[in-house]
Design a protein around this ligand. Structure first.
Ligand SMILES: [Zn+2]
Ligand SMILES: [Zn+2]
Length: 139
């Protein structure tokens, strides 16, 4: 992928979609229980892009919760099918976090940061890159 790569992310039904140019600033895996409940999966995997890199199409519903740090996170999900596609957080102003599963692209860059490791299901392997930063909690 070049710096001018264009990627598309979308909810299950396709109503809410993103067109994104350029590479992510950070790709992370989160094992926290809040993310487990939000996704229904045992991990949340997300990439941060500067808001200027992202064009949003469709309607999004919002839900805000406070992270343990006290920072608010506002999740944006499709009001039709319920997929969470992207979110913002007071801890990362100027960026969108985008759920990397919504790209449905196995060539998407792998996470290099793994957070909330104390909540990791023991059968979930950490990211493959041995340089992955693994930390207990964050956000
Ligand atoms: Zn949808
Ligand atoms: Zn989490």
């Amino acid at each position: 992928m070049t710096a001018s790569a264009t990627r598309h992310a979308a909810c299950s039904c396709g109503q809410l979609s993103l067109t994104i140019t350029g590479e992510p600033a950070r790709v992370s895996m989160c094992h926290c229980q809040e993310c487990q409940r939000r996704t229904g999966a045992v991990t949340s995997n997300q990439a941060r892009f500067a808001i200027a890199q992202v064009s949003v199409s469709g309607r999004a519903s919002e839900w805000t919760r406070k992270a343990e740090s006290g920072n608010a996170l506002t999740f944006r999900f499709c009001p039709v099918c319920g997929s969470t596609v992207f979110w913002t957080g007071e801890g990362f102003p100027g960026f969108y976090a985008v759920a990397i599963g919504t790209f449905a692209d196995a060539t998407f860059p792998a996470p290099t940061i793994s957070v909330w490791e104390e909540c990791r299901h023991p059968w979930v392997p950490p990211p493959l890159d041995p340089a992955t930063k693994r930390v207990p909690k964050q956000g």
